[in-house]
Design a protein around this ligand. Sequence first.
Ligand code: APR
Length: 244
Amino acid sequence: MYQNIVILTGAGISAESGIPVFRSETGLWEQERVEDVATYDGFLRDKTKVHEFYNKMRRSLLDKKPNPAHLALARLEKEYSKKYGANVNLVTQNIDDLHEKAGSQKIIHMHGKLKSILCEHCNKRYPFDEDSSVESECKFCHHKSLRPDIVWFGEMPYQMDEIETLLSKCDLFLSIGTSGVVYPAAGFCQVARASGAACIEFNLSQSAVGSQFNCGIYGKASKTLPEFVSTLIDTGKLPDNVKL
Ligand code: APR
């Protein structure tokens, strides 16, 4: 039985809910340049473009629903921790709100959230559900210095100390729907393995860091994850077909 489970999710878990992934033939980074909309320099060059890019994404969340993979993780947190007295923690690179909509409670959004805003003047972050622009005022300091609360390339992801502590204690690490090319998240498996954790990745096919895992379960997460989670909750063990 596992006592400290850490789950890392990436864009692949939300793909079946209709949110495009970043890296694929039709991925977001084929349509927009990373340098323009996901770096601080890009923001300084054209703040209006960057606000509009994230406004569009924030608005698109309205009709998006969690799929069976998000729901399975919420079930794992609720039922497994209750049945076995275990800690189940979710770390997501995703900026959408589908884990929240699915009912997960302990979520670290290491790359920020669309439904949050950050004031560059007073450094406060707060929930935000509207459109932002260069004219929007911070509700605390009233400066017109809001930016999307997204961790861009070259910036430090949120809650890294907490994540490292969780990884150093974990005995099961699950990585779901992430390509394994963006650090530090791509390095989490190595940290978890050094702590002695069993590491399993869920993806359509092996990710860039897939060889570091004990085992890979390949197929759509909405299919593979609910089955896996049901067995884990029922037995406290990994399914028989998962060989470490
Ligand atoms: N089930 C499981 N995995 C899937 C599914 C699915 N239904 N659909 C796609 N995937 C996998 C893809 O095979 C791919 O490996 O999800 C992964 C998505 O990879 P990326 O688009 O690179 O997304 P991610 O790994 O989350 O990106 C990391 O990069 O651009 C930045 O900040 C952004 O948080 C993001 C980070």
